[in-house]
Structures are given as structure tokens and as C-alpha cells.
Design a protein around this ligand. Structure first.
Ligand SMILES: [Zn+2]
Length: 314
């Protein structure tokens, strides 16, 4: 199956997984004149007008950003050009403002997505997720000692000699599923829910984190049963999408419901209903005015699953 061109997928960088294990090679890359640094301050990205800011090596060095921030992680090679993420999070608000002057603006990642090109989005997602992990993993989870970044930021090691545990970048798997019910002799319906953490008019697919000791198919069945009280069968993989809020991997499925009975857990979701394709096609887009139901954001795999289902309906 060819993977669909979902936002945050289609990575253009070569991660150079073997080469990045050499600290000498990494230093050479960091010191090349055309190397670029993707700055991130806490959860915010930097923009120069409406363009994603990429710092040159000269700016990063002369601004002592690498020294000040202390954290610079290798993302990959764009052709011959090395790309690093530069964590500015240790700078205070005042220091950041002084650095930005009037040239750059710090912007919310999600709200600034329309300014990011198709090629930049996966790099930004990757840099943001990797950076988030480093900020979470400064101390060893076993003994509490400080950890040190290795392999260009793709491994951390506990500095306690007696512990010396290694830590690796973390990705949290989330299953997300479009559930269909086909009444005998009638047109199919899909199950969409209103969620507590998104605007009330938006109806979307169900989703949930995979539990330890659980297959993806089991996670789909469990989540749909827990959230909507619907039993499913025929769980089929569709597509996956890196989701850097902060470091999830969304794994998308279709699932077929055994019956259309719904029994909602209101702690999990606000509401869930079956909708026909005709109804879903009348829905507005996220952020539109008016009281109509709205579909999930266009860049989300939830929207991809809904659109894929609609395309199959008469
Ligand atoms: Zn330790």
C-alpha cells in the first residue's frame, strides 16, 4: 500500500542513522557553512514574517545560541546540507525577545501550520517531537542522575556510573478509527463523536492511546467499546501519521460495528452518533462560522479517514 501524503509524513531528510553515531562527523556537519538550525523555544516555533525561521551556522555561532542553549540535535541531511534543531528553551522570555528583535516572531506551532510548506511540516514535526523528548529526559528515570545527549541527540545516557542506563526518543502510539455500520439492505453509516477537548461543533473519529501489552487491533476494539459502547470486528489498517502534539504516532483504521447500539461513556467523549454519507457531506470545515457540524482539521488523519470513507459511499 502506498502511504497517503498526510501532513507531517513524507519526510525529505535522510536521517543518516549510521553516520550520526560519529561525534567527529557530527561536529563537521555542525561547522559546515551551509548547515541550518531550526530554532524552537519551548513549544513555539520562530518565523521571519510569514516564513519559518532557519538560522544559519553564522547566526547560531555569533549569537552564541548553541552555547547559550546548550542543546542542538541532528535531524538529518537535505541532500548534502545538514539540518539541526536548536533548543532555545533555556533562554528567558527577555533573552528570547532580545534575540528576536523585530526580525522574528515566536508563534504557536498548530496555529502557524498554514505558513509551513509541505516539505517543512515533517521536519518541523520531527524536530519538535525530538526536542520535547530531550526536555523530558534531562534526568534518568531509574536513578534521577543527569543524562547526556549522544548520537546527535538520538540517545541519552545516564551519567551515574553504577546506573548508566540508556534512553531513546519516545513515540506514543495512538489508534484512531473510523467505525462503520452497514444496516442490512441500507446505506452505511459512520460513527462520529464530539470530544471534550475540541470545539463542540466538531465531530470526529474515536481515538485512544495503545495500552501496554495490547495489539493495535485490540486497542481499536477496546477504545470503541469503552468510549461509545460499540462492539467492532474487521479492523483494517489504513494509514499512519506522526502527530507532534507532542510526540504521538496516529495509526488509522477502519472498523465495522456489529450493531448500531451506542452507549456513551461521558467521561471519555461528549457525544457520539451515526451519520450517513449524505449528512457528513453537508458538514462545514473546522473554524467555519454557523451552528452546523464541522469536520476535523484538514491536516489530521481523522479527516483523511472520514474523506476516504465518503469517497467509497454512493
Ligand atoms: Zn540512572
Amino acid at each position: 500500500m502506498n502511504s497517503p501524503a498526510l501532513t507531517f509524513s513524507q519526510m525529505s531528510l535522510n536521517r543518516a542513522s549510521s553516520a550520526r553515531k560519529s561525534s567527529r562527523w557530527l561536529l563537521e556537519q555542525q561547522n559546515k557553512a551551509d548547515t541550518v538550525f531550526l530554532p524552537i523555544w519551548r513549544s513555539l516555533c520562530l518565523f521571519e514574517q510569514d516564513k519559518l525561521a532557519l538560522f544559519t551556522r553564522e547566526l547560531a555561532i555569533t549569537g552564541q545560541l548553541i552555547a547559550q542553549a546548550g542543546n542542538c540535535y541532528f535531524l538529518g541531511l537535505d541532500g548534502e546540507q545538514a539540518v539541526f534543531v536548536l533548543d532555545l528553551s533555556d533562554l528567558s522570555q527577555l533573552q528570547l525577545e532580545s534575540l528576536l528583535a523585530d526580525k522574528y516572531q515566536a508563534k504557536d506551532f498548530r496555529l502557524s501550520l498554514p505558513l509551513v510548506t509541505v516539505k517543512q511540516a515533517p521536519v518541523l514535526a520531527y524536530g519538535r517531537a525530538l526536542n520535547h523528548w530531550h526536555r523530558q529526559c534531562q534526568h534518568c528515570g531509574y536513578c534521577g542522575e543527569k543524562t547526556l545527549s549522544l548520537d546527535g541527540g538520538h540517545r541519552r545516557k545516564c551519567q551515574s556510573e553504577s546506573c548508566a542506563k540508556e534512553h531513546f526518543p519516545r513515540t506514543d502510539p495512538v489508534v484512531i478509527m473510523l467505525v462503520e455500520y452497514q444496516p442490512p439492505g441500507e446505506k452505511a453509516k459512520c460513527l462520529l463523536a464530539q470530544h471534550h477537548n475540541i470545539p463542540a461543533k466538531v465531530v470526529s473519529t474515536l481515538a485512544g492511546f495503545v495500552d501496554p501489552g495490547e495489539s493495535l487491533e485490540e486497542a481499536v476494539s477496546r477504545e470503541v467499546l469503552e468510549e461509545a459502547g460499540v462492539a467492532v470486528e474487521q479492523v483494517t489498517y489504513m494509514a499512519s501519521q506522526p502527530w507532534p502534539f507532542p510526540n504521538s504516532l496516529m495509526i488509522g483504521f477502519f472498523a465495522r460495528a456489529i450493531s448500531d447500539e451506542i452507549n456513551i461513556d461521558n467521561d471519555e467523549i461528549a457525544d457520539a452518533r451515526w451519520f450517513s454519507a449524505e449528512e457528513v457531506r453537508t458538514f462545514d470545515n473546522w473554524g467555519d462560522e454557523g451552528d452546523n457540524y464541522q469536520l476535523p482539521r484538514k491536516e489530521s488523519i481523522a479527516r483523511y479517514l472520514i474523506d476516504s470513507w465518503l469517497a467509497k459511499q454512493a
